[in-house]
Design a protein around this ligand. Structure first.
Ligand code: FES
Ligand code: FES
Length: 198
């Protein structure tokens, strides 16, 4: 018996089923392509139309023009893409944008600018902590998240926190000095603010 003769009821039913499945698949694909997600990026509400599994890193760089976070490994293994989400440092290369509806994202652009660098950026400049600079935005964002929750972080906890980050240029000691310097500034600002409030 030839199954594909085009005439039997079974063949017709199976073709219809296949067509239905194909229709479902393309509707699902379309829906995934057209997902709208609203995030608060550096204090501004941004609505993005992208496929649901698009990594946050691609949205930041390609859709929002925020290019400080870098693509290194794309696998959550180097730290170059690190940004802060609701106070926590995350790898944006492996974080699908769909899980971030309504969340607050902070990138390096959100903690200062070329004309008005924040304490972390000033400290990295003062200590000349960058060589090629590729790893530095990620390092700064994880260090920022750490100091935001603990401005008194010890050397040991700074080193432990930065474990997931790779620096091929080997500027680790300068990076550590820069984070200590930023911590000093954050602490002295906090002390001044506390004194002013009294
Ligand atoms: S690019 Fe994200 S961890 Fe390497
Ligand atoms: S400064 Fe070049 S990779 Fe860190």
């Amino acid at each position: 018996m030839r199954e594909d003769s085009g005439g039997t009821g079974w063949t017709k039913r199976s073709r219809k089923q296949e067509a239905d499945n194909e229709g479902d698949r393309s509707r699902t694909k379309e829906a995934r392509r057209n997902t709208m997600t609203t995030l608060v990026v550096n204090g501004e509400s941004r609505t993005i139309k992208a496929s649901a599994d698009t990594p946050l890193l691609f949205v930041l760089r390609d859709e929002l023009g925020l290019s400080a976070a870098k693509f290194g490994c794309g696998l959550g293994q180097c730290g170059a893409c690190t940004v802060i989400v609701d106070g926590k440092a995350i790898f944006s290369c492996v974080t699908p944008v769909m899980v971030l509806e309504g969340r607050k994202v902070t990138t390096l652009e959100g903690i200062g600018s070329r004309d008005a660098p924040g304490p972390m950026q000033r400290a990295f400049i003062e200590e000349q902590a960058a060589q090629c600079g590729y790893c530095i935005p990620g390092m700064m964002m994880r260090a920022q998240a750490l100091l935001d929750r603990d401005p008194h972080a010890s050397d040991e906890s700074i080193k432990a926190e930065l474990q997931p980050h790779l620096c091929r240029c080997g500027t680790h000691m300068r990076i550590l000095r820069a984070i200590r310097r930023a911590a000093d500034e954050v602490r002295s600002n906090t002390t001044v603010e506390t004194r002013t409030r009294r």
